[in-house]
Unconditional design. Structure first.
Length: 461
């Protein structure tokens, strides 16, 4: 059997009864978090432009455009909501994937679910199948794939989207393998576009293409099930000879499930996850010692070189660029004692107080970093104060970076409410939170998406 046929067998074998309680719990957490991030991201310019372009000349459709009362055709909704899901760079992460696992899957899955009678158990099961598929491929290609410049959220997320949609459609092994082969052809996304609207568009594109792949395969479209291991296939083209482990992709699923270990990483801050350990470390120092920006003489931030490669941006030139600037994020931590959504809106990055702090913050690769490990989530900061004191703090993993350091439920709920209330009133956001916590028991997923429509839109009907 080919790699994709083996994966297709495992996708089809995922059932609700087979999933352990921990997998179902973390799937629920990830779905809730992603919906919140998508609602907040729905107002961002990249999402609005994607909607305008995707829906021009169309007559709507069955699938909700999150954060609005408007609807679109399934693939258009997947593109728009996928872009919104990653617009704030606030969505969940996966150590295995080297990116954001849920945003490429859920917009496609929600769109597909709205076109048919789908219950919560089937929806959650399909989601886990998508997660496991994309992270299983990631085990075979990372971290060479990541370091080469591919954006794994998109290049691997398209497989997750295709797998989840194939599972929800109930495709055969042969059909699912064809969908995955189509996903291999659709795979794209380069890290050169980080810090621009194109990064979240990568995600919308992969969500749409995964859904497209599954629908084409369901209707008899052909592709090569050997598209992974072929001499001109995905592994050779994207990674190159000697830079992948094909056997790691076909290891049987479970024991543990990837969604359980290393698991779901939930973000505390709406910026690149590679900046988060440094933010945690700085906030610990600020809160313990209470120093002000005027007292800061110099800051040195050490980050793993794998993470610093795309976050060493001492002079951010846009709000999106600021999301990838560890220097900017540390300046906000010092000035505001928090890092939140409004810090990456409008001209916040031009704040004179921030610009003054940026001249005193420097970032370097951590001198003790190892490149032969997947443990690259730590950081250390050193703050020299004008009174001569030198304060240091290190963080191995930021809070929320997986089940070993989970984000407490009250912080997860607070994050969701903060995100959802950008488009929903507080009572509606709270009601949606309750629905999402019980999504596994939902009779129809369309009832869940119906609760996302802003009340002001309903009142205008």
């Amino acid at each position: 059997m080919t790699i994709l046929e083996i994966l297709a067998e495992q996708i089809g074998a995922v059932t609700h009864d087979r999933l352990p309680d921990a997998a179902r719990h973390w799937a629920t957490v990830a779905i809730l978090d992603t919906v919140g991030c998508t609602l907040a991201g729905s107002t961002e310019p990249c999402a609005r432009i994607a909607e305008k372009v995707a829906t021009t000349g169309t007559n709507g459709g069955a699938c909700l455009i999150f954060g609005t009362d408007r609807r679109a055709a399934p693939m258009d909704a997947a593109l728009i909501n996928g872009t919104a899901a990653h617009a704030l760079d606030y969505d969940d992460c996966s150590d295995t994937l080297g990116g954001h696992p849920s945003a490429p899957i859920l917009p496609a899955l929600f769109a597909l679910a709205e076109t048919r009678a789908t219950n919560g158990r089937d929806f959650l099961t399909a989601y886990v199948a998508g997660w496991e598929a994309e992270t299983r491929i990631a085990r075979g290609v990372n971290f060479h794939h990541y370091e080469k410049g591919w954006h794994p959220t998109a290049t691997l997320g398209v497989f997750g989207s295709a797998a989840a949609c194939s599972r929800l459609l109930g495709l055969t092994v042969e059909q699912t393998a064809r969908a995955l082969a189509l996903a291999a052809t659709f795979s794209s996304g380069i890290k050169a576009n980080f810090g621009t609207m194109t990064k979240p568009l990568h995600v919308g594109h992969s969500a749409r293409n995964g859904l497209l792949a599954a629908l084409l395969a369901a209707d008899g479209f052909t592709s090569n099930p050997g598209a992974m291991e072929h001499k001109q296939g995905f592994l050779q083209v994207f990674n190159g000879a000697g830079n992948f482990n094909a056997e790691a992709i076909t290891v049987p699923w479970g024991d543990p499930w990837d969604i359980v270990k290393p698991g779901v990483a939930i973000k505390q801050y709406p910026c690149c996850g590679s900046t988060h350990p440094a933010i945690d470390a700085m906030l610990m120092l600020v809160r313990e010692h209470g120093f002000t920006p005027a007292q800061v003489k110099h800051v040195l931030s050490w980050t793993h070189p794998r993470r610093l490669a795309h976050t060493n941006r001492p002079d951010p030139q846009s709000e999106l660029d600021a999301k990838f600037s560890v220097q900017y994020c540390l300046a906000r931590s010092i000035l505001d004692r928090r890092v939140s959504i409004e810090h990456f809106e409008g001209d916040s990055f031009r704040d004179p107080a921030i610009r003054d702090l940026l001249t005193r913050i420097h970032a370097e690769p951590h001198p003790q970093a190892r490149m032969d490990t997947g443990e690259h989530f730590g950081a250390e900061v050193r703050v020299e104060l004008t009174d001569g004191r030198v304060l240091t703090q290190s963080v191995d993993r930021p809070l929320g970076r997986g089940p070993t350091v989970p984000l407490p439920e009250e912080l997860l709920d607070a994050k969701f409410m903060n995100c959802a209330m950008r488009v929903l009133p507080e009572d509606a956001a709270g009601a949606l939170l309750i629905r999402l916590r019980g999504i596994e028991d939902a009779t129809l997923i369309s009832g869940v998406t119906g609760a996302m429509i802003p009340l002001r839109a309903l009142a205008a009907e």
